[in-house]
Ligand binder design. Structure first.
Ligand SMILES: Cc1ncc(COP(=O)(O)O)c(C=O)c1O
Length: 393
C-alpha cells in the first residue's frame, strides 16, 4: 500500500527551520517560524499560565471526558473576550478545537455542510495554510486583492472590488488583526466598507484570530471582529497559541454567530458532529488554563501585562529596523513597518534575494520576504539591516 504513496508538498517553514538548525555559522539569524521569542531567543511560558496551571492541578480530581464541543465555560470566556457579553438576540454556538488550525478547518467544514459548492475567498497574501485547508476540504478557492506591491499597504480599491464579487453562500476569510504575513490591517473606514460589502453580497466572513493582543490591547485588537459581528452570520476561528503562549497545548475555538435560536441549535449540532468524527473530544488542559486566566481578575491582569510586554518589544523591534533601513538605504520606504501590526512584516525581497540572504549572510526568511520581527533584536538588528541593505541596493 505505502509504495503507492507519493510525497506531499514539503512544508516550507518546517524545511527552513531544519536548515537553520543544521547551519553551523555562529552569526545566523532566524526570522522564519511564527513563534514569539524574547531577546534571548526563548519562548517562555507566561507566568499567568504557570499560576493558572498550578491552581488547576491542585483542584482537579478527574480527567474524564468533558464533552464533544469542549467546556462551555471556555466557550463563554473566549467569546466574551472577543466580542463582549452576548447581547439580546445574538445567538452564539461554539466548539473547542485543537488549536487555531482546526478552528479554521471546523469553520470551513461547517460552511461546506450548508453550501457544498461554496467558494472560499482568501486574501492574495495570507497564511499559506488557508489555501491548504480549503483545498483539502475539496472547496473551490478564489483570491481577493490585499496588498499593493508598490507600497506594501492594503490595496483598498482592489480588495473591495474583489469582495463585491462574492455571493451568498460563499465565505470570505479575513484576519481579525495582525495580518500574517504583511502586518497590514484594515483601518476603521475600510473595516466598515468590508462589513457593508458582506452585508450586500450575503457572503459570510470566516475570521481567523490568531494574534489577539499582538497589535494593541485584546480589546482594541477585537475591533474588526466586533464590527463584523453585526452581520447576521459570522464564523470566528480563535487560536490561543500565540496570545497565551500555549502553542503545544492546542487551544482553539470555533465560534459561530447564527441568525436565531433554531439556527444556533442546528449549528451546535453540526459542531458536535464535526468534533465527533475527527478527534471526538478536543484537548482540555490548555482551554481550561485560558478559562482560569480570563475568569480571575489578578491572572487576567497579569496575562494582559505579559502580552503588553511582547507588544512593546515588537513595537521596539519594528522601530529599530525601520530606522536602521532608513539610515542605510536613505529612504522612508520602510517607515510603514512602524505603522503595521503584529509579529510579521513583508519586505520587498523575492525568492532570489531570500536565498542570497540565507546563503551569503545566514539570515533565514520565509517565502518571498516574510520576516518574524521577534528575530530583529537589539543584538541582531545591525546584522540584519546590513544584509538587507546589501541585497536591496
Ligand atoms: C494566521 C494564522 N492562523 C492560524 C494559525 C494557527 O495556529 P495554531 O493552530 O497553532 O493555533 C496560525 C499559526 O501560525 C496563523 O498564523
Amino acid at each position: 500500500m505505502f509504495e503507492r504513496l507519493t510525497p506531499t508538498d514539503p512544508d516550507a517553514i518546517l524545511a527552513l527551520m531544519q536548515a537553520f538548525q543544521a547551519d553551523p555559522r555562529p552569526g545566523k539569524v532566524d526570522l522564519g517560524i511564527g513563534v514569539w521569542r524574547d531577546a534571548d531567543g526563548r519562548t517562555p511560558v507566561f507566568s499567568a499560565v504557570k499560576r493558572a496551571e498550578k491552581r488547576i492541578w491542585k483542584r482537579q480530581e478527574t480527567k474524564t471526558y468533558v464533552s464533544f464541543r469542549g467546556d462551555a465555560a471556555f466557550h463563554e470566556a473566549v467569546s466574551n473576550l472577543l466580542l463582549g457579553p452576548a447581547t439580546d438576540g445574538q445567538w452564539r454556538a461554539a466548539s473547542a478545537t485543537t488549536g487555531g488550525t482546526s478552528a479554521v478547518q471546523t469553520a470551513l467544514t461547517l460552511a461546506r455542510a450548508a453550501h457544498p459548492d461554496l467558494r472560499v475567498w482568501i486574501p492574495a497574501e495570507t497564511w499559506p495554510n488557508h489555501w491548504v485547508l480549503a483545498r483539502s476540504l475539496g472547496l473551490e478557492t478564489r483570491s481577493f486583492a490585499y496588498i499593493d506591491p508598490d507600497t506594501q499597504e492594503i490595496d483598498r480599491a482592489g480588495l473591495l472590488r474583489d469582495l463585491d464579487r462574492a455571493q451568498a453562500g460563499d465565505v470570505v476569510l479575513l484576519h481579525a488583526c495582525c495580518h500574517n504575513p504583511t502586518g497590514a490591517d484594515p483601518d476603521a473606514e475600510l473595516q466598515a466598507a468590508i462589513v457593508a460589502s458582506l452585508a450586500r453580497t450575503g457572503a459570510v466572513p470566516v475570521i481567523d484570530c490568531a494574534y489577539l493582543g499582538f497589535g494593541a490591547t485584546p480589546e482594541e485588537d477585537s475591533a474588526f471582529l466586533r464590527r463584523l459581528s453585526t452581520l447576521p452570520e459570522v464564523l470566528i476561528a480563535f487560536s490561543g497559541s500565540k496570545s497565551f503562549g500555549l502553542y503545544r497545548e492546542r487551544v482553539g475555538l470555533c465560534l459561530a454567530l447564527a441568525d436565531g435560536p433554531q439556527a444556533r441549535d442546528v449549528v451546535e449540532n453540526h459542531l458536535t458532529r464535526i468534533n465527533r468524527v475527527t478527534y471526538s473530544f478536543p484537548p482540555d488542559h490548555g482551554a481550561r488554563t485560558v478559562t482560569e486566566i480570563l475568569g480571575d481578575q489578578t491572572l487576567r491582569t497579569e496575562w494582559q501585562d505579559e502580552l503588553g510586554s511582547i507588544r512593546d518589544a515588537i513595537t521596539t523591534h519594528r522601530a529599530r529596523l525601520s530606522e536602521a533601513l532608513r539610515m542605510r538605504l536613505n529612504t522612508d520606504r520602510f517607515d510603514r513597518l512602524t505603522r503595521q501590526k503584529g509579529m510579521f512584516a513583508m519586505l520587498p525581497l523575492g525568492e532570489a534575494r531570500v536565498a542570497e540572504l540565507r546563503n551569503a549572510h545566514g539570515i533565514y526568511i520565509v517565502g518571498a520576504g516574510r520576516i518574524n520581527m521577534a528575530g530583529v533584536t537589539e543584538e541582531t538588528c545591525a546584522t540584519v539591516a546590513d544584509a538587507l541593505a546589501t541585497v536591496l541596493r
